[in-house]
Design a protein. Sequence first.
Length: 296
Amino acid sequence: SVLSSCTEMSAKKNKKTLRQLRISFKKTKGFDRNREVIPLAVSETIKYLIDSKGTEEEGIFRLSGKLEEVQIIKKRFDKGKTVELSQVSPHTVAGVLKLWFRELPEPLLTFELYEAFLAAIRPDELKTRVEYLKTVINSLPVGNRAILVVLLQFLHLVTLKSEQNKMSAQNLAIVFAPNLIIPSNQTYEKILCDSDIVNNLICTLIIYYPQILENQPLPPDADDLPITNQPTLVPLKRKESKDDMHLKKSRPKSSITELRSRSKSIDSSSTPFITNKPTGPSLKNKSMVNDSSSTK
């Protein structure tokens, strides 16, 4: 029958797609930068976290999941296999998403555009920064840009739940920045010197995702929103787990992984949350704004 023929064709197409994904992963060790395909490790984890209301979990992306589960699930996704996530902790699923970006051989924002992104975030006027960021993002390979759009849309959604999850755009930037953008000259001095502006960049991309990638107008008072140099810190209730201790002991010491390990350190329960309450004077360069104000 026509129905059975269509079903067979669909099954063959799905098998072909999975085979292409596996081949693509082997060639690129992550994704094909020349195709607008969202890897399973990105699409499935984000879908689960939205559907399961994992975006409302306190400390999502900051508190550690089960390290062994994270690695097993990540490997299955890398092989183009689907994973049943319904019985998995949201923190573990969030850990899979972070690990996928951390283990890319080249960061999502690419080595070649590192300086361009940093230059785009330096102007004082927010409108100028937004226009510059649009230009640089459009210079990314189509595969990188497609993944970035999906990720920023999702992280922006997470900030809208910050009252419940305690994860502001600043907190998310600290977690994700070392996994998304790294200089090709991976010296400790370079990484340390640029850390503030890199966090500033990712924070701006998260907060102003609608304006940068959906062409929505900027809020009229966007440049006047308060930010702080010395945020108020709130300690976590969660005790350090065995997985947290294992992460600390196994953390590599080389310069490139030292920056990425900073995002892992955000997972440890000894690090307090950054709240949205300003405690100091506004900065002259108002490039990173309080994310709670973006939800008003």
